[in-house]
Design a binder for this molecule. Sequence first.
Ligand code: ATR
Length: 275
Amino acid sequence: ADRYAVFGNPIKHSKSPRIHAAFAEQTGEAVDYRAQLVELGTGVFEQQVEQFFAEGGKGLNITVPFKQNAWRMASWRSAAAERAGAVNTLYRNELGTLCGDNTDGVGLVCDLQNNNGISLKGARVLMLGAGGAVRGVLEPFLKAGAVEIVIANRTVAKAQELVELFSDLGQLSACGFEDIEARAFDVIVNGTSASLQGELPPLPDAIVGADSACYDMMYGAQPTPFCNWASQRGAAKVIDGLGMLIEQAAESFRIWRGVKPQTPELIAQIRAELS
Ligand code: ATR
């Protein structure tokens, strides 16, 4: 079987080996996918990536905290990766060039549109947060037809930086949580890591309307604080990030193997395993 792996730190709880094993079985592709802990320290990640490919490895997923390192290592980057400033998928092309892609944004767009029937065409979007997670999804959102994206962040200057980086692609603006305009958005995405601390940014109630779809990039066995908040305000759809996780994996698998796996059953299965 061809060898693949995910590199990160921590990595123990990664669901990627489970997900890719399911994709391999479903598609009949001979894929051996493992999780590998990479120690922190100058040059360690780079050395292990080199070694993995030198020993015949075919592709890597890269997770926290190495996505920027992977971006720097890649000699060729997809447009999405270039803009995201982060690479989560590495492989070598026929010439041996190390190529980097970023499938997080496509994963989120797929989960919204294909799995949850939420169209981004013409959508007015509110993005909460301005870190790497949000940066990775702006280009795919604008390419999927979002007509406006408001980026709200605790540190407004970081939201402003993203607006400047992506302003050539569409209508973007930045603000703090308290200054979000009191109007219903079509799609609200929580890309802050506040839920990791069980927290929720201070958000105006008026941003959720009866037709709003609310999406948390985080997920868990229990609804996240943001999902609970959105449900209580009567959002039309409330979705957590499990589907995004599985869709970004499916897109990496497609890049490596040329076959896009089916995802709905696997999402349901892994959902059931969470509790
Ligand atoms: P990631 O790669 O997951 O996006 P990150 O780049 O560290 O991680 O970004 C984390 C994001 O969550 C930032 O937008 C951060 O806000 P700041 O830019 O002001 O730091 C946001 N964040 C983290 N904890 C938060 C909290 N308790 N409340 C609100 N926002 C929070």
